[in-house]
Structures are given as structure tokens and as C-alpha cells.
Design a binder for this molecule. Structure first.
Ligand code: ADP
Ligand code: MG
Length: 281
């Protein structure tokens, strides 16, 4: 489906956007209404978090943005490398390398039988990038996540945090415009999580990707993002959209500041109605 903007002015205003969802809904085949209507506009280079209770449709929203799942209604537009916003849909079921989106799942989903380098090279192999070039790019991606010395290791030799770094390198290896991250650090211990938070921020500052980060942690969302988009309970809609303004670059001193606590309080208050009436907290 090719969709055209209605006017040059609309087209121009969209060029600054990486992702735009309008009136997006998702009803699964079993009748579950998972999402929407959901509206979201993310500017190029922005770091936003989608925050909401379990089951509110966060993963559904990410999968729709990635083109892994089709919306039941509404419009989805995703920027490509060329810089304009286009209907950004690949065939449901696979994200094509070079499509401009990198996806990091909650589980690192590494192939256990092969090396870290081969795991990171996979998207380039699928895109038939010549081996020497692909290996060089895989090594570069590994260096960017601090794993330059582990290219020949096997996943079983790595800690949980390191596996997640490999997963991040694999998402970055195609140099996507947009990085979608679905609760990537949820299974990690707190110290490892904090370290990965800091490294992700440093990476974002350097690479200037657009990041949409899904989490159910208020603290993590405030620490990382320029905007926290709070979702309602299922079917997920926008409950609040809170801009986090602080001195950049952020570091540990932000995490312990009064401003940080204030933002966490505000975001928690916005999230509270999404939990009301739920029996399992
Ligand atoms: P979240 O990521 O916020 O926890 P999800 O997007 O995974 O939420 O799911 C939203 C709702 O849709 C949940 O009630 C979930 O059970 C349901 N759901 C998710 N995937 C499917 C599916 N493939 N088929 C049917 N229902 C689904
Ligand atoms: Mg989820």
C-alpha cells in the first residue's frame, strides 16, 4: 500500500519525523483488543520510552512499527535512510536488513552454536554482504558495545549483560536509522542494568539514532529518555507524554538528583490510573 501525503506542507513537516502512528489499533485474531487507538510521533534522533503495565500493548506497538505485525486500522509511517518519511512496511514476518530498523528483544536470542561475530554478522549475511566487509562491520559493531575482545567467543561464555550487548551490536550492524528496544534490560541485575543504561546513552549520543525503548520501569524510562510516553492499560492508548529536561549528558549524578526524583514522581502519578482496577499488581 502506497500512501501519499495530502500536501507539500504536510510532507515537509513529516521529514523531521522518524515514526508516525495515527489512529493505530490492533485486534488479534482471538478477539483481544491489544492497542489503541494509538497516536505517536517520534522525531529523528529522539530517544523516547514507551512505559506501561504488562499486557498494555507495548510490544504490539513496537512490532507494528517494525513491520512485524500489521495494524488492524490506522496509519504507520516510518522514515528510511534517505531522510523522508514513507510508508515503511516490509512484509510481515521479517525485518529486512537495510530497512532502517534495528530490533532488540527482551531475550538476546543468540545462536548458541556459533561465535559472537557470526551472530552479529547474521543480518548482513541475510543481505548478502560480502564476508570480509560483513566481518569488519560486525567487529566494528562489537567494538561500539565494548565487546571488541569477544568476537570469537561463544554465547555460552558470556554473562547476561554481555549477551545483551551482542544483541545490541547485531541490531546496530546494519546501521539502522531507528532502534526499537523491547524491555532489553529487564532480566539483568541492577548494577549491570545501570551500566548498560549509561553505555546505551553514550552510544545514542554518538550515533544519534532514533530510539524507542519499551520498559515497565519508571526509573529506567526517566533516566534514559527525552520523552516518556505513558500508556493506559489494554488496549494501550497514550495516557501522558512527559518531556524529561535536564543537563546533558546524563550520568550517575542525574540518577541521584532531586530533578530525577521529581520526574519519577510525575511519571508514576501518570502511570497510576493504568493500574487501577487491576487485581494483579
Ligand atoms: P506488553 O508488551 O505491553 O506486555 P503485548 O503487546 O505483548 O503487551 O500484549 C498486549 C495484549 O495482547 C496482551 O493482552 C496479550 O496477551 C495480547 N497478545 C499479544 N500477542 C498476542 C497474539 N499473538 N495473539 C493474541 N493475543 C496477543
Ligand atoms: Mg512486551
Amino acid at each position: 500500500m502506497v500512501e501519499r501525503s495530502t500536501s507539500p506542507a504536510v510532507e515537509a513537516s513529516l521529514t523531521a519525523l522518524a515514526v508516525s502512528l495515527r489512529g493505530v489499533t490492533k485486534a488479534y485474531d482471538n478477539g483481544v483488543m491489544a492497542l489503541g487507538p494509538f497516536d505517536l510521533a517520534v522525531r529523528k534522533g529522539e530517544f523516547i520510552s514507551l512505559l506501561g503495565p504488562s499486557g498494555c500493548g507495548k510490544s504490539t506497538a513496537l512490532r507494528i512499527i517494525a513491520g512485524l505485525s500489521a495494524p488492524s486500522s490506522g496509519t504507520v509511517r516510518v522514515a528510511r535512510h534517505e531522510g523522508s518519511v514513507q510508508p515503511g512496511h516490509v512484509q510481515p514476518g521479517h525485518v529486512q536488513p537495510g530497512h532502517g530498523i534495528g530490533f532488540v528483544f527482551q531475550e538476546p536470542t543468540l545462536m548458541p552454536w556459533t561465535s559472537v561475530r557470526e551472530n552479529v554478522r547474521l543480518p548482513l549475511r541475510l543481505a548478502r554482504v560480502p564476508k570480509a566487509d560483513a566481518c569488519a562491520r560486525a567487529d566494528e559493531a562489537l567494538a561500539s558495545v565494548g565487546l571488541a575482545d569477544f568476537a570469537d567467543a561463544y554465547p555460552r561464555e558470556l554473562s547476561g549483560g554481555m549477551k545483551m550487548r551482542v544483541s545490541l551490536a547485531r541490531a546496530l550492524v546494519t546501521d539502522p536509522e531507528i532502534l526499537l528496544m523491547d524491555e532489553p534490560f529487564a532480566a539483568l541485575d541492577e548494577i549491570t542494568r545501570f551500566r548498560l543504561n549509561n553505555d546505551l546513552l553514550a552510544l545514542w549520543r554518538r550515533l544519534r539514532k532514533t530510539v524507542i525503548f519499551v520498559t515497565h520501569s519508571v526509573f529506567e524510562s526517566v533516566y534514559l529518555s527525552q520523552r516518556v510516553v505513558v500508556m493506559t492499560a489494554r488496549p494501550g492508548r497514550i495516557q501522558a507524554d512527559i518531556r524529561i529536561e535536564t543537563v546533558e549528558p546524563r550520568g550517575e549524578e542525574f540518577r541521584t538528583s532531586a530533578a530525577y526524583s521529581d520526574y519519577c514522581r510525575r511519571v508514576s502519578a501518570a502511570l497510576a490510573p493504568s493500574y487501577s482496577g487491576r487485581s494483579t499488581l
